[in-house]
Design a protein around this ligand. Structure first.
Ligand code: PEP
Ligand code: MG
Length: 571
């Protein structure tokens, strides 16, 4: 039995068998062979198994995430059947008398290098497809397991060093009861997605992969951040009870689903949800969301082999807007980079991806990608209450340039006879300390702010949000962060604008009283945090919290802030 502490990333309790998700060892020896025909046969057997697996994954993805996301697997299947790739591998086996592994690897690498260096984006995408598919075929040649989260068909808890957002998107809730990883923090995107999927998760354990073996029983406590491998009977009983209590608690919260969010002294604040796909709206409405405060559109671009078209995007935005009716929907333009990669864009690897060529920086340079998204958004605007926001804005020039492109596309669409809403608010995410510092200047030009604390904290504290070794510095309640937030809210109000927050801090029970006191207008969070937040806000007085503002802003440490709030709010 081992007890491991980690970061509670998605609440709930999971008890099931361990499923280890790890990259297989694909190293091989290059050998000369006597009977090349046998190698060709092995090659075809590996290709056939790979094809049937990919068919299954494609079907599963179609059902869980829709046709667009399944497309990447169609591209992979095409590669596996392409004689222009397969024939040269066979030829190499026969002409050089080498084993199938060496022929596959060398031939595939030759094509990958060739395609990667081409000017044509389509060909560069094919390089990424060949790379993915070759790994699967190689695993079958070597007879090593190639783990596929999408193919899991029994109840498990996934144990992994890390999960990428695209791994997480493939998880089937019916079978994947929870997951736990060595690395990652509460605001890494796989943790955020786990909360949307309502899968309990504990991340940043540092050591779970060295403690849990395949098929062992494991408990993941996503409420308190504990993981137990091989629990005793007594522990199993205790956690079963905790699981039942959590279900009961959820039923209590559900009673406030259709109620407005009003504090004890009668202030209304808006509780909105963060979403990644149109399918998330069901969860938003079931959890009583009053709007969408952040639609992370990058998931439309991920898990595919090429950029989404204007029509595809239009369909997704229209669907979200229509499902939300007249409730506000804040759509964030593409925020790729950091821990969210797009293989098919083939961007050079960077030493500091979170400080690099991401989000609005990429969009302003690749304005073909950006303008396609803006057009899709503008066309969808007549189907609901749309607001647009730009991510990672560091300077006023960036905002002006992005806004200018939006205005240009609006004009062109109107001239072409399209209906476009006339009251689309355009705002920015405040994620960079420089922007928070001069929020007064920004407030004159933007319609609203949404504070992205996930990034704002990492940039202010110089502590990577993905790195559990510096997670002690990732301090939402540090007075430095509170002062920046206050600066942004005051600046917005001075110009008659509204300020929201869509970082994970907005749904945190210690932060909520503080943010209420600072005057935050909109709190946007994982859908599952909405009802607990509404329950908490019902008992808080805005006036009382506002009276603590100066005390909190002048404190020296995060611990002092936490102790103060806990005492004042009986937590
Ligand atoms: C943020 O940075 O707070 C945010 C909401 O954006 P993301 O988590 O997608 O970086
Ligand atoms: Mg961010």
């Amino acid at each position: 039995m081992s007890h491991i502490k980690g970061i509670a990333a998605s609440s709930g309790i999971a008890i099931a068998k361990v499923y280890r998700l790890e990259a297989p060892d694909l190293s091989y020896n290059k050998n000369n062979v006597d009977v090349p025909e046998d190698e060709v046969k092995r090659l075809h057997e590996a290709l056939d198994i790979s094809k049937s697996e990919l068919e299954k994954i494609k079907e599963h993805t179609k059902k869980s995430l829709g046709d667009e996301h399944a497309e990447i697997f169609s591209a992979h299947l095409l590669v596996l059947s392409d004689p222009e790739l397969i024939q040269p591998i066979e030829d190499k086996i026969k002409s050089e008398n080498v084993n199938a592994e060496a022929a596959l690897d060398e031939t595939a690498n030759m094509f990958i290098d060739m395609f990667k260096n081409m000017d044509n984006e389509y060909m560069r995408e094919r390089a990424a497809d060949i790379q993915d598919v070759t790994k699967r075929v190689m695993a079958h040649l070597l007879d090593v397991t190639f783990p596929d989260p999408a193919l899991i068909n029994e109840e498990v808890v996934i144990v992994a060093d890390d999960l990428t957002p695209s791994d997480t998107a493939q998880l089937n809730k019916q079978y994947v009861k929870g997951f736990t990883t060595d690395i990652g923090g509460r605001t890494s995107h796989s943790a955020i997605m786990a909360r949307s999927l309502e899968i309990p998760a504990v991340v940043g354990t540092k050591e779970i992969t060295s403690k849990a073996e395949k098929d062992e029983t494991i408990i993941v406590d996503g409420i308190d951040g504990d993981v137990i491998v091989n629990p005793t009977e007594e522990e199993l009983h205790t956690y079963q009870q905790k699981m039942d209590d959590f279900e009961q608690q959820k039923q209590e919260w559900a009673k406030l689903k259709d109620e407005p969010t009003v504090t004890a002294d009668g202030t209304h604040v808006e509780l909105a949800a963060n979403i990644g796909t149109p399918d998330d709206i069901e969860g938003v409405l079931n959890n009583g969301g009053e709007g969408v405060g952040l639609y992370r559109t990058e998931f439309l671009y991920m898990g595919k082999s090429q950029l989404p078209t204007e029509e595809e995007q239009f369909g997704a935005y229209k669907s979200v807007l229509e499902q939300m009716g007249d409730k506000p929907v804040v759509v964030r333009t593409l925020d790729i980079g950091g821990d969210k990669e797009l293989d098919y864009l083939d961007l050079p690897k960077e030493l500091n991806p979170f400080l690099g060529f991401r989000a609005i920086r990429l969009c302003l340079e690749r304005d073909d990608i950006f303008r396609t998204q803006l057009r899709a958004l503008l066309r969808a605007s007549v189907h609901g209450n749309l607001k647009i926001m730009f991510p990672m804005i560091a300077t006023l020039e960036e905002f002006r340039e992005a806004k200018n492109m939006l205005d240009e596309e609006k004009l062109k669409l109107k001239e072409a006879g399209h209906d476009i809403s006339d009251d689309i608010e355009v705002g920015i995410m405040v994620e960079i300390p420089a922007t928070a510092m001069i929020a007064r200047q920004f407030a004159k030009e933007v319609d609203f702010f949404s504070i992205g604390t996930n990034d704002l904290i990492q940039y202010t504290m110089a502590a990577d949000r993905m790195n559990e070794r510096v997670s002690y510095l990732y301090q939402p309640y540090n007075p430095a962060i509170l002062n920046l937030i206050n600066n942004v809210i005051e600046a917005a109000h001075a110009e008659g604008k509204w300020a929201g927050m869509c970082g994970e801090m907005a749904g945190d029970s210690i932060a909520i009283p503080i943010l209420l006191g600072l005057g935050l207008d909109e709190f946007s969070m994982s859908a599952t945090s909405i009802l607990p937040a509404r329950t908490q806000l019902k008992d808080l007085s805005r006036e009382e919290m506002a009276s603590y503002k100066e005390t909190l802003l002048s404190m020296g440490t995060a611990d002092e802030v936490v102790a103060f709030i806990k005492e004042k709010t009986n937590q």
